[in-house]
Write a protein that binds this ligand. Sequence first.
Ligand code: NAD
Length: 366
Amino acid sequence: MTLARLELRHPSGSTPILVGAGALAQVGDLAPFIDGRRAFVVTSTAVSTLQWHALEPLLERAGHYEVLEVPDGEEAKRLSVFEDLCRRMALAGGKRDSLVVGFGGGTVGDLAGFAAATFLRGIDFLLAPTTLLAQVDAAIGGKTGVNLPEAKNSVGAFHHPLVVVSDTRLLQTLPVAELRSGLVEIIKIAALANPDLLTDVERDFGRLLGADASVLARVVEQAAAAKIEIVESDPTEKGRRKLLNLGHTLGHALEAACAYRELRHGEAVGYGLLFVLRLAESRGLPRSDAGRLRGLLERLRLPALPPLAAGDLVERICRDKKVSENGVTWVLPARIGEARLVDDLPLDEVRAELETFLGDDRPGRP
Ligand SMILES: NC(=O)c1ccc[n+]([C@@H]2O[C@H](COP(=O)([O-])OP(=O)(O)OC[C@H]3O[C@@H](n4cnc5c(N)ncnc54)[C@H](O)[C@@H]3O)[C@@H](O)[C@H]2O)c1
């Protein structure tokens, strides 16, 4: 089995990112990060039931480990769960040299990373992402955090893992809806940074949704590499990294409006992407490029949106943590492989476009 070894350089050092089928079994490469340490494994029952065996060889190298289960999905990113997790680590004798191991999707990783960022003012952590979305996006870049009912990811910190192990074999048990959700983030990164990846996704769409191991390994590596390049150029999101929020301005508002229950993160971002295509088309995005992206997103068959009010969503957009005193910065595709930041979109235009979007031709509408 061949593994890709990527590297993310950041202000606090660098993080190796291992990608490929069987990456978690490469204990020789990973041992230096865990040998002899006290490890706190943050995971959900859903993940550990299906995939615990994949983590065991690595954990055998720890001096001692404890499993700290957290709720599945977005429920894991409640402040109360974060508090409970830190208290369990304190009670179990967690020290400055303890290691947090995040084993799960993006929700588990964001929570585990935030606990590692803040417990005893910051301890090491290792991420073993188990969803497509987390392998291509959430585990890369050092963003950690939890949600408030008012706004998504609004309490958090930058804290990079020691190492990320993206074992694409774990994706074999992923439900197809989660593969679709991860594919949205792949389409996003391809749309803004890698036209060749977009062509690959169009060609291999069926095999990706069928969890074809070789296609997944290749696409995860390409998407991760594209994200790494952008994060390295702007680690703390002062400028270019904001492009990664393509589709997230409306996406986060949709998630919060649905109380983080009715839509998966990728599904909400999928709608966010469809929405910005409309805004971008009237600002120069070629129709053919918009058509290609729309066509790909429509092949995903996003679930129908529940009834939502445009006014409420606009308020939520304005509350998002990404909004500065100068207003909302939108990320609009300029053409395939390129996007730009736009901060002068009149809110009235956004509201009117959103009313049309929610009311008429969105995919998934019964
Ligand atoms: N930190 C970042 O930079 C960043 C970037 C993008 C997204 N995110 C966050 O990531 C989260 C979404 O992550 P997600 O899509 O991975 O969702 P998730 O963590 O909720 O996982 C989705 C579902 O997949 C199940 N699952 C996980 N691994 C599995 C496996 N191998 N087999 C079978 N089932 C499995 C989980 O039990 C869960 O029910 C959101 O909270 C989002 O805000 C963070």
